[in-house]
Design a protein around this ligand. Structure first.
Ligand code: F6R
Length: 358
């Protein structure tokens, strides 16, 4: 029930700090260390390559998961959009493990790949889902649950945050088990991120003002970032378009000059994420390029990397965990942009919560 909330989406965004804390608990053992099921850990360790298959927001979480498994656990990963996998099946490695990421566990595009992987190819599959007993969970060999609680709003928010958190834990536990040198304590860092998310959901007034200042009359909007910020930019653009119907595009800052910059006009809103230390200068360079062409740029940076003129600053969190926090202001900006346009936030036109057709 949404109780006193005007929309499920708002309630679900507010639940995000609690969801991360719940996940930390659910994936902790008696010694208070992060853990995952032994069989799943074994399956990940045995694989020579992970193939992440997902759609929409879950695909965006998968892109972040790739970085986690590669950087923390040293396991190569490919991420594929489920609807494309059928025609563009990559050459597979010898010992692949397929990972299906799906909030609902019912997405037909993903299921079609799962059936093929299991029945035709006979490879192992792990489903990461919010719904125990869902089709993708039942049909896979293994399941990791998101523990986000029911997500009712069509636009996915807390499930995305849960997906990123669970992926970080799986990669971390696998990295430890493989004896990788890991110089941070994920449990502590996730707890810090949960507090950071809390600060974000407590910043609604400021974010509503940003939505008003940048999107009130906008026909289109751009989201740019580099590295992890690029993936979060893609997710921010998807959130905005699906609930406010403002045409939005998320892309890598470096790609601007290869075409998209032609679209920048006087007043075009450009949201730039600047939470990644090693590319902070480059993304700020991209912002200068769009501002010189008239863009109305909104820089969202992170404590420690902020500069004068940044419109919004997220609390400092571990470099790998910035997506958990930086996505939240983008969700809230989209929410308020949709409200200002009197859109049906929880049930956007043309969309269904779970897409059970291919
Ligand atoms: C966007 C959104 C969709 C879903 C996609 C996959 O907010 O909700 O893009 O992420 O339809 O759905 P699941 O994760 O249920 O497989």
């Amino acid at each position: 029930e949404k109780g006193t909330y005007p929309h499920y989406m708002l309630k679900e965004m507010d639940e995000q700090p609690a969801v991360v804390r719940k996940i930390i608990q659910a994936y902790s053992n008696a010694e208070d260390e992060l853990t995952i099921d032994d069989n799943i850990l074994e399956a990940i360790k045995e694989a020579d390559r992970l193939y992440i298959i997902a759609a929409g927001t879950s695909y965006h979480a998968g892109l972040i998961g790739k970085q986690y498994f590669e950087k923390i656990a040293g396991i190569p990963v490919e991420v594929h959009i489920s609807s494309e996998f059928g025609y563009n099946m990559p050459l597979l490695s010898e010992k692949p493990l397929f990972i299906f990421i799906s909030q609902s566990g019912e997405t037909a595009d993903s299921r079609q790949v799962l059936v093929r992987v299991k029945e035709e190819l006979g490879f192992p599959a792990l489903t990461i889902t919010n719904v125990p007993g869902s089709t993708l969970s039942r049909e896979a060999d293994y399941t990791l649950l998101l523990h986000a609680g029911p997500e009712i709003a069509v636009a996915s928010t807390k499930a995305y945050v849960a997906q990123v958190a669970v992926l970080s834990i799986a990669a971390y536990v696998a990295g430890k088990a493989k004896g990788k040198e890991i110089d941070f304590d994920l449990k502590t860092e996730l707890a810090i991120a949960a507090n950071g998310i809390q600060t974000m959901v407590d910043s609604k007034e400021e974010l509503e003002q940003i939505a008003e200042d940048y999107l009130k009359i906008a026909r289109n909007a751009f989201f740019i970032g580099r590295n992890l910020d690029f993936y979060v930019s893609s997710e921010g653009a998807l959130k905005l378009k699906e609930i406010s119907y403002i045409q939005a595009e998320g892309f890598a800052g470096g790609e601007l000059k290869h075409g998209t910059i032609a679209l920048i006009e006087e007043g075009t809103p450009v949201f730039a994420l600047a939470t990644q230390e090693q590319v902070s200068l480059n993304i700020r360079g991209n912002v200068k390029e769009v501002v010189a062409r008239g863009a109305n740029a909104c820089i969202i940076s992170m404590e420690g990397l902020e500069e004068e003129g940044d419109r919004f600053v997220i609390p400092k969190v571990h470099q790998l965990l910035t997506p958990l926090v930086s996505v939240v202001p983008l969700q809230l900006i989209s929410y308020y942009a949709a409200l200002h346009r009197r859109c049906d936030v929880d049930k956007p036109r043309n969309l269904a919560k779970s897409v059970t057709v291919e």
